[in-house]
Design a protein. Structure first.
Length: 222
């Protein structure tokens, strides 16, 4: 193989490994808030030699519970995989940034010290920076968000961001969306303010800005 071909081959191997783990071992990235839903004690409490077997057994139980045991994600060219295969922390951040983009018009209106502090306490400094610098180029903000109180805005950012992320994954099928959702904290997704195609476009736009190296490793979205 030529030196020029190795990076592509290596990337394909890494992608394949991620997809296999995503399909077969959801317990490895299960959000801790979901442990009780699946009667799962943390694997870290077990001796290292037993952890791999534990994950195989626990993952099989999770997949059967969700009726996904014989429903793997098979289309490796789905653009939604760029989101679904994200590790848990970047996936949660993507959901938050989606909410920030959707409510950005309200966040940018914050002038009073108490209101700004509420947003920083509830969403973080980075969210406010994203709202001011990056979000305007992604989405103008949903209608009516300027009327939200500070507390309503924090709630809307989290609720709408998560709902929009799940809507973005909708096109990949339940087998993809349900597996990805296991990485997020337990809770209802709610209703997204955008249709699936627009949600996906916005989510991939967020991903391109916040995780450019990851985004660039998925040829299907270029």
């Amino acid at each position: 193989m030529s030196p020029q071909g190795r990076p592509q081959a290596d990337a394909a191997v890494v992608f394949g490994a991620r997809l296999v783990e995503f399909n077969l071992l959801p317990s490895r990235t299960l959000h801790p808030s979901r442990d009780a839903d699946y009667d799962a004690a943390p694997a870290a409490a077990l001796p290292a030699p037993l952890q791999a077997a534990w994950h195989r057994q626990r993952s099989a139980q999770i997949l059967r519970r969700l009726d996904l045991h014989e429903r793997p994600v098979q289309d490796a060219d789905r653009p939604e995989l760029a989101l679904a295969l994200l590790p848990p922390d970047p996936l949660a951040r993507c959901a938050l940034w989606l909410g920030v983009a959707l409510c950005g018009a309200r966040l940018r209106r914050a002038i009073a010290g108490a209101e700004v502090r509420r947003f920083i306490d509830g969403l973080g400094d980075a969210a406010m920076t994203f709202a001011r610098q990056s979000a305007p180029g992604l989405h103008p903000g949903i209608a009516g968000c300027e009327a939200f109180s500070a507390d309503e805005t924090v709630d809307a950012v989290r609720r709408l961001g998560r709902a929009t992320l799940m809507q973005a994954l909708h096109g990949g099928g339940a087998e993809m969306a349900l597996r990805a959702e296991l990485k997020l904290s337990a809770g209802p997704a709610g209703d997204a303010p955008l249709p699936a195609a627009a949600s996906l476009a916005l989510a991939l736009g967020v991903l391109k800005l916040t995780e450019p190296t990851w985004h660039s490793s998925f040829p299907a979205i270029h």
